[in-house]
Design a protein around this ligand. Structure first.
Ligand code: IMP
Ligand code: MG
Length: 181
């Protein structure tokens, strides 16, 4: 129906809603850091690249973009951080840093990155994630959040399942039959 891919159960967040929320997040960040000089945004690859690309184009304050990538064990729907695959190019000591993630599920990825970047002595460290699933309480603050979503596997707007569906303009729920196969 409506040309939805057969792997997908339904659209959870339509494109217009995502764009409206990304704009609001960028506005809030621009206000919060208005007097802080250049901020340093750390995008977590690969999932966050589309969100980050839209977010930075709505920012009205000076900013620098860099990326990190971490690897995890397990199948594509499990998490558990192992190591840094790609690190930042420059030291972040004394910088106002925001980690930009696509999604927080167990919170392990964000918590790992947060602890590691905090140890590099930034002037401040905050986190921004597009979506969050309602799991256990996190041991890391989510300072900027786009949406809370149900505990289902989602794809689109940067999020993938086994590298598929990443570039859909909306966020959709993957049919459980696809990942329990
Ligand atoms: P966490 O460490 O459990 O919070 O997992 C976070 C990472 O798992 C995210 O950065 C995503 O790469 C991936 N992830 C978790 N849930 C989903 C999902 O529903 N769709 C796509 N990727 C997900
Ligand atoms: Mg990710």
């Amino acid at each position: 129906m409506n040309g939805l891919h057969p792997d997908l159960a339904r659209i959870l967040v339509p494109e217009e809603t995502i764009q409206a929320h990304v704009k609001v997040l960028a506005h809030q960040i621009s206000l919060d850091y208005a007097d802080k000089g250049t901020i340093y945004l750390v995008g977590v690859l690969r999932g966050a690249f589309i969100f980050l690309a839209d977010l930075v184009r709505y920012l009205t304050i000076p900013h620098v973009v860099d990326f990190m990538s971490v690897s995890s064990y397990g199948k594509s729907t499990e998490s558990g951080v192992v190591r840094i695959v790609l690190d930042l190019r420059e030291p972040i000591e004394g910088q106002h840093v925001i980690i930009v993630e696509d999604i927080v599920d167990s919170g392990k990825t964000l918590s790992y990155l947060y602890t590691m970047l905090k140890s590099r002595n930034p002037a401040s460290l905050r986190t921004c994630t597009l979506v969050q699933k309602p799991k256990r309480p996190l041991d890391v603050p989510v300072d900027y959040l786009g949406f809370k979503i149900p505990d289902v596997w989602v794809v689109g707007y940067g999020l993938d399942y086994a590298d598929k569906h990443r570039t859909l303009p909306y966020i959709a729920e993957l049919k459980p039959s696809v990942y329990t196969r």
